[in-house]
Design a protein around this ligand. Structure first.
Ligand code: NAI
Length: 330
């Protein structure tokens, strides 16, 4: 059975891959994100296909149900933007893409670490300007440096492999330590001990009530002065005001963000001709030791293909009544 699917937050690359791997469903693409304003576009659709900044709270889910939508196909792993209890109460199923090339995000994380450390972004601009000076470009060796991983699921694991190749000493915090990684030599500790003494801290856990603002004024005190923090997971893991204070005081030496708590109004859009209203991101953009990318960790050809293939496999499983291993429940 083929379904009618409304795809929200569509960019050209989403359309390209979803059209290429469509298994026969009728798909309509909308550039808008899903919200209370745009939910009207879902009338008589069987399913909606959503990404990280689409919101499906109780009110939106009620309207989806009224419009006949029975299924949410998430083309991402995280699901903090969906009210799972409400969806269950309203009988709307949620299927996600649990892992799509974790290596893509791990490699982007590594790129951020290398850029912040060796300042290749600055060197590139300098050389184009005829400035061949090395002043203020000094970095540090990653070989032998202590890196803390917060979360060792698919992405944390992929990054662990890369860091081992660089000769880093890796420690980790995860409420569910991975026995295979322990046997490979990874050392787990509690959050405080993991953060202490690390030159680099990288976040790879989901956003939940427990992890919300886990990096805040208190936990920043555990950081080694001048440490580097990388967040390629979810913006809400970090208290932005506290991080700005820590950058100003020098407690935090480098910050790499691929995600930002208020990213939905900014990321994936070209705002180069507009006045940015978010004062926190403009403050962050002004620091010389902050690198921001626009939620592009996942963005490789391989990951886009897997997202499209798994999304349609999920749609087919729902449509045919087959097992749905990628279903998420409260
Ligand atoms: P995963 O589900 O495989 O692993 C998450 C790990 O975090 C698990 O081992 C879990 O036990 C651990 N965890 C849960 N709560 C924790 C806490 N409070 N403190 C420390 N660890 C905790 O997820 P995966 O695939 O590794 O993804 C991690 C996160 O990366 C996702 O939740 C998502 O938010 C983000 N992500 C970002 C992308 C990007 O483009 N920047 C793309 C894909 C995912």
């Amino acid at each position: 059975m083929n379904m009618k699917i409304a795809v929200f937050s569509t960019c050209s690359y989403d359309q390209e891959f979803l059209e290429k791997f469509n298994t026969g469903h009728k798909v309509v693409f909308y550039e808008q994100s899903l919200s209370l304003l745009s939910v009207v576009l879902t009338k008589d659709f069987d399913a909606v296909c959503l990404f990280v900044n689409d919101r499906a709270d109780y009110e939106v889910l009620e309207k989806l149900k009224d419009n006949g939508v029975k299924l949410i196909l998430l083309r991402c792993a995280g699901f903090n933007n969906i009210d799972l209890e409400a969806a269950e109460e309203l009988g709307i199923k949620i299927l996600r893409v649990p892992a799509y090339s974790p290596e893509a995000v791990a490699e982007h994380t590594m790129a951020m670490m290398l850029t912040l450390n060796r300042k290749t972004n600055k060197a590139y601009n300098r050389i184009r300007d005829g400035n061949f000076s090395l002043e203020s470009l000094m970095g540090f060796n990653l070989n032998g440096c202590k890196v803390a991983l917060i979360g060792t699921g698919n992405i944390g694991k992929a990054l662990y492999k890369i860091l081992k190749g660089f000769g880093c000493k890796v420690v980790a915090f995860d409420p569910y330590p991975d026995e295979n990684l322990i046997s490979e030599g990874l050392v787990y500790a509690n959050l405080k001990d993991t953060l202490c003494d690390a030159e680099i801290i990288s976040l790879h856990c989901p956003l939940s009530d427990q992890s919300f603002h886990m990096i805040n004024e208190q936990t920043l005190k555990f950081f080694k002065k001048g440490a580097m923090l990388i967040n390629t997971s979810r913006g809400g893991l970090i208290n932005t005001s506290d991080i700005i204070k820590a950058l100003k005081s020098g407690q935090l030496g480098y910050l790499g963000l691929d995600v930002y708590e208020q990213e939905s109004a900014l990321f994936f859009h070209d705002l180069s001709n507009e006045v940015i209203q978010d004062d926190q991101i403009t403050r962050l953009m002004s620091f010389p030791n902050v690198l921001i990318t626009s939620h592009q960790g996942f963005f490789t050809r391989e990951a886009m293909q897997q997202i499209a293939e798994i999304t349609f496999a999920n749609a087919d499983a729902f449509a045919t009544g087959a097992a749905m291993p990628n279903e998420i429940k409260p």
